[in-house]
Design a protein around this ligand. Structure first.
Ligand SMILES: Cc1cc2nc3c(=O)[nH]c(=O)nc-3n(C[C@H](O)[C@H](O)[C@H](O)COP(=O)(O)O)c2cc1C
Length: 186
């Protein structure tokens, strides 16, 4: 059955390898007959409890977008052994009640299925994958029981600017797509 899968890059770097990987996921999901898009959240401000309510329009729009999706794939660089600040900020907003003081109400991400991939250096993003997985569980999402896909950024990519997966990485990517789609179709 066709699902709606939102893909979220943790990087806003121009030419980001993680955003390139995220775009490859969007294409792979679409090829398999699912609806998929890359989330643009450049307009989401830094969360401060001084400006949380009334909630700014950018966050209201973000929540409406997120509500419409069945599942989420986070694709994040590793910054000092963890996820990026902008990704944490996004998840913090999504983890908050829509109505002030209504802490028992479900949030727009409660119970939503999710998984993680990362393009990183010699760590293959293992620390960001572990920490992000814990954050997803903490915010009561439904993360897949899987270590996530770790892609080592090839040396040539830093010269060309393009993240081209080699054959082994492509096979790992395809396998991960299969496992994730099986998970969200259950
Ligand atoms: C603040 C900062 C911390 C970083 N820490 C790590 C790290 O812990 N592990 C790693 O593999 N790469 C680290 N890097 C390098 C990033 O993986 C690299 O810049 C990568 O290209 C970022 O992903 P992007 O191309 O999607 O923006 C760090 C980069 C920055 C800016």
């Amino acid at each position: 059955m066709s699902k709606k899968i939102l893909v979220i890059s943790g990087s806003d770097r121009n030419g980001s390898f993680n955003t390139q990987l995220a775009e490859q996921f969007v294409n792979a999901f679409k090829t398999q007959g699912h609806e998929s898009a890359l989330l643009d959240y450049a307009d989401v401000p830094l969360l401060s409890q001084n400006n949380e309510y009334p909630t700014v329009e950018a966050v209201l729009n973000l929540r409406n977008t997120v509500k419409a999706y069945d599942a989420f794939l986070f694709v994040s660089p590793e910054y000092n052994g963890s996820y990026t600040a902008r990704l944490k900020n996004l998840i913090d907003w999504l983890s908050r009640p829509e109505v002030e003081g209504d802490a028992q109400a479900p949030t727009v991400i409660n119970g939503k299925k999710a998984a993680i991939a990362s393009a990183a250096n010699s760590t293959y993003g293992k620390f960001v994958r572990k920490n992000l997985n814990e954050l997803l569980a903490y915010t009561r999402m439904n993360p897949m029981e899987h270590e996530g896909l770790g892609i080592r950024i090839p040396v040539e990519a830093w010269q060309t600017g393009s993240l081209l997966l080699d054959q082994e990485q492509q096979e790992q990517f395809n396998e991960f797509v299969k496992i994730f789609v099986d998970y969200i179709e259950k």
